[in-house]
Design a protein around this ligand. Sequence first.
Ligand SMILES: *Cc1c(COP(=O)(O)O)cnc(C)c1O
Length: 460
Amino acid sequence: MTAENSARTTSQWQAADAAHFLHPFTDPAVLAKEGSRIITGASGVYIFDSEGNKLLDGMAGLWNVNVGYGQEALINASHEQMKQLAYYNAFFHTAVPSAIELAENLARVSPPNFKHVYYANSGSEGNDTVIRLVRRYWDVVGQPSRKTIISRFNAYHGSTIGGASLSGMPWMHEQGGLPIPGIDYIQQPHYRLHGAGMSFDEFGKVAASWLEQKIEALGPENVAAFIGEPVQGAGGVIVPPPTYWPEIQRICDKYGILLVSDEVICGFGRTGNWWGAQTFGSQPDLMTFAKGVTSGYVPLGGVMVGERVASAMIEHGGEFRHGYTYAGHPVACAVGVANLKLTEELNLVGKVRNETGPYLAEAMKSLQDHPLVGYTEGVGLMWAVQLVKDKANNTLFDESSKVGVVCRDIAYRKGLILRAIGDRMIIAPPLTITKQEIDNLVEITRHCLDFALESVAAAS
Ligand SMILES: *Cc1c(COP(=O)(O)O)cnc(C)c1O
């Protein structure tokens, strides 16, 4: 904040916020009435608000602050890069060193099939690039009828026209005449909703077979690609059975269609490997990334482009008429390089896989005896706590129930940031979180569940 505004009170900030700032995914009428929480600082896994509260950030910002807040290496990288060269573009056969360096490093931490990167500034833009890129690929290889991209209901791939179209969320499509043509959907691999009467592994194969049915229905000659998040994030942390992705891979191979892994949340260690595709056993042709690539310190996103697509574009030549002013932005890329280096120095990927991930998994299991908890579901450091109305019968709350939001608001008052996705409480802390901080997180979560239970009981 500027020096002259540093003395503003919370209510002054809230009034100015409501007067001038339209927030993403927010009802402005409700916001104006209730006021924003004003977040003024952060350090490690904690954030601070304008009322002097210290909160454990159980959501790592928005699933992105992987290395935690206040890391000098990232701060210095941006400062030095701005002094050296704040901006130059990559359009006219020019490139800046930090963009080249980050491309090299991204290739190094990716499966060997990935040697190239296409830069964007966010996950949504990355997925817009995916749509352009897969259609360009099929044009270049002489099969222009292959246009349709198959996605899944309850997927989240962003909020631009392209990203929101790929997202399988009808409540988003309702606004703005979406989706764009050439996007189709299959049901999500959500075992608890769709797997009745099947084992988890059987269900994985069945859910994957929906892709084959859709390809056959559309005609394989019309299908360009399949896109999915290894674990659905914004959909509520839906973890597919281990049989799902290998079967999806087999089907994509059988029909020769491109497989796109949206790694915007899963990438950079959250599932215990560099990429979610490695945890769940697929070999994608394209991988969208954003969020964790800079730990959120500055915006950056993009697409890892596998050899099949990259070599086709290089061999056939011709200009790909797509690109962003800030593609390969020097400051974002310098921060990206510093972030990858720090991730390796702190061994965050190995820690999530072998230490903090299994530790959080145990802690989540310990919550399952709580009367408000139906089950917990997750992998690495991304977890969901499913709240239920009637534990004995696993009955869910009505859709109109605000139990998730009630629980989230209690958590805030107790010093913990959780996200509510419907009646699922989401936990996705920075990858730097310690076991002691996890203990603290889970203890507060249990308190919140107790209070939420009381509040739900009082309301009914
Ligand atoms: C957040 C997210 C996006 C969109 O990224 P933005 O940077 O918000 O545009 C896309 N895909 C997934 C899986 C995401 O979680």
